[in-house]
Design a protein around this ligand. Structure first.
Ligand code: AMP
Length: 282
């Protein structure tokens, strides 16, 4: 397993693999890797001859008041995890390698990004689409692996790949959770012991909503209000949104008459956490 920091080194390595006729999978991450990331690496390793993991806290996807400076980083830990899971290359660039002086091109998207996290994080998806496009161009993988944990991101990327005729497969992987249900996230490290306990309202309300769907409820307002009511029992929790949207377009729907995504964002203290379920997985 190798760690490289420049675009040129990635290109050289991938070119060597391509000469040997090998397939390449890409797992884009912001590092501080956990079992959720590991599940994407495992999937890529099982489906490709070689796996590249990008490990880059992308400044462009953080708003001015967000946690860019404090976002956790630990490249040694990440390298050990990637190696243990059979990854072949980590791309760990400095921001200046990705965004040289004078950088002025962006990939942006309408409609899908104007709901859910796009409302409270207005520059987020432009940053995600731009960096993911760059990573696709740098690595030119056969397939790229994303978690359903960031469900809107997955929908946005699928849409971008389709709109812009990008030549790769996008694979969505299930949410990996802690034993008590909390979705694994690098941001969970921000939580105090009391907040960590309070954060269970997210997965509990997801369970509540998915049970309602499982039992045949199709009225989105009823599902949303039951979930909101549960979250509001926790004094440390403040709801950003609880929504049910069309799984492809991310537009709110009143009735479960098509594949849908139920997504929530909740502040626990100062930490904003997300969770969700797709009705197709219920
Ligand atoms: P991040 O480093 O948080 O940007 O995440 C990198 C990738 O890992 C994204 O595709 C995430 O959706 C995915 N991911 C993060 N947490 C989880 C999780 N708990 N389960 C599955 N995938 C995850």
């Amino acid at each position: 397993m190798k760690i490289v920091t420049t675009v040129q080194e990635v290109r050289q390595q991938v070119a060597e693999w391509r000469k040997q006729g090998l397939t390449v999978g890409l797992v884009p991450t912001m590092g501080y890797l956990h079992e959720g990331h590991a599940s994407l690496i495992d999937r890529s390793v099982s489906e490709n001859d070689r796996t590249v993991v990008s490990d880059f806290v992308n400044p462009m996807q953080f708003g001015p008041t967000e946690d860019l400076q404090t976002y956790p980083r630990d490249i040694d830990h990440d390298a050990a995890l990637v190696e243990a899971h059979g990854g072949d290359l980590i791309f760990h660039p400095e921001p200046s390698e990705m965004y040289h002086e004078g950088f002025s091109s962006f990939v942006d998207m309408t409609v899908l990004t104007q709901e859910l996290c796009g409302l409270s994080r207005p520059v987020h998806f432009r940053g995600v689409c731009t960096v993911v496009t760059k990573l696709f161009n740098i690595v030119q993988p056969d397939a790229a692996y994303f978690g359903k944990k960031d469900a809107q991101q997955l929908a946005v990327i699928r849409h971008m790949v389709d709109d812009l005729n990008m030549n790769l497969r996008i694979v969505g992987c299930p949410i990996v959770r802690e034993a008590d249900g909390l979705a694994k996230s690098s941001r969970n490290t921000y939580l105090s012991a009391e907040e960590r306990q309070a954060a269970l309202v997210l997965s509990q309300s997801i369970r509540l909503g998915s049970d309602m769907v499982h039992n045949g409820t199709t009225d989105c307002a009823a599902i949303i209000s039951a979930m909101q009511e549960h979250i509001n029992t926790q004094p440390l929790a403040k709801i950003d949104y609880v929504k049910i949207v069309d799984a492809a377009t991310m537009q709110p729907i009143p009735t479960l008459d098509r594949p849908a995504l139920c997504a929530i964002a909740v502040y626990i203290g100062k930490t904003r956490l997300i969770d969700n379920f797709f009705t197709e997985d219920v």
